[in-house]
Design a protein. Structure first.
Length: 294
């Protein structure tokens, strides 16, 4: 396990980043663009196209293209995999470029580690009892959260956070072979954060995302005598080499769970939560009813 400050799965602090309903991407930083240019040069030196290189490092060609354009922060595994494909010399050059990377706009330095894991997954699970996960927040909900941030944000700071969340939700459409599962507490929807119109937009968005073939959305009912989530929110990811990692956060602190035994324990709790929550179909019916009541 490791701990650090910052986070980003869905809360409203300025250091957090989530997802939403748009496709905008934050402006690439100079260090990200430099890393992308170095990767492209090394790939071309090896006479490999993006389509040839991508499967060798076990990523999609579209994802490699975004890294080379400076639009995605490279996962840690990419360095090791590139070393195997391009050679040790190229690996050292790429490693040097990676050490100069700076944080994404809108992303906490600590959260970058989890963000990289998210983009290299076959399964991504989330249980939330504090706020609707960032990957599921539509624009109005994101803005409502940042409007309530303390200390207050400037308009520019707030918009930067919104754009980062909008960009990250593209995971849901860019990774159609990744299985996404979300269990959220009904109380989060009953709270009506931001007012009736914001809540209605949220419910509509959840219904839309819930129809994605790779997304399973479940609501935990208000009354549930058997509840495995009493220890709090949690996020789990299965990487492409079938290793599980977990992530938890709150009040300006976060923890990455990399120990296999601890991650397995979280996975067991999440499995129990899924069995206790409403089914995907029953959740859709509840969301429709709640939207109609607004």
């Amino acid at each position: 396990m490791a701990t650090g400050n910052g986070g980003g799965t869905g809360g409203s602090t300025a250091r957090r980043e989530g997802g939403a309903d748009g496709g905008c991407e934050p402006e690439p930083s100079d260090s990200l663009k430099t890393f992308g240019a170095v990767l492209k040069a090394l790939r071309e030196e090896a006479n490999l196209t993006q389509e040839q290189f991508a499967p060798l490092v076990r990523y999609s060609a579209a994802y490699i293209a975004k890294i080379e354009q400076g639009k995605r922060f490279p996962p840690r595994d990419l360095l090791d995999r590139s070393d195997e494909v391009l050679g040790a010399g190229a690996g050292r050059v790429l490693g040097a470029a990676a050490r100069s990377l700076t944080r994404k706009v809108g992303l906490a330095t600590w959260f970058l580690q989890w963000a990289g894991i998210e983009e290299d997954t076959t399964s991504l699970y989330a249980y939330e009892c504090r706020v609707v996960p960032g990957l599921l927040q539509p624009g109005p909900s994101i803005r409502a959260l940042f409007e309530r941030h303390l200390p207050p944000l400037t308009e520019e700071q707030s918009e930067r956070q919104v754009m980062a969340r909008l960009a990250r939700q593209q995971l849901l459409v860019e990774r159609p072979n990744t299985a996404f599962s979300f269990v959220i507490e009904q109380a989060l929807l009953e709270r009506r954060m931001g007012g009736a119109e914001v809540t209605k937009a949220l419910l509509t968005h959840l219904l839309v995302v819930g129809r994605y073939r790779n997304v399973e959305l479940q609501v935990m009912p208000l009354v549930q005598e058997e509840h495995a989530g009493f220890e709090g929110e949690m996020y789990l990811a299965e990487t492409t080499d079938h290793r599980w990692a977990g992530y938890i956060e709150g009040h300006g602190s976060s923890m990455l769970v990399s120990d296999p035994k601890a991650a397995s324990s979280m996975l067991q709790r999440y499995g129990k939560l899924r069995s206790q929550a409403l089914s995907h179909q029953a959740t859709a019916c509840l969301l429709e009813q709640m939207r109609g009541a607004l």
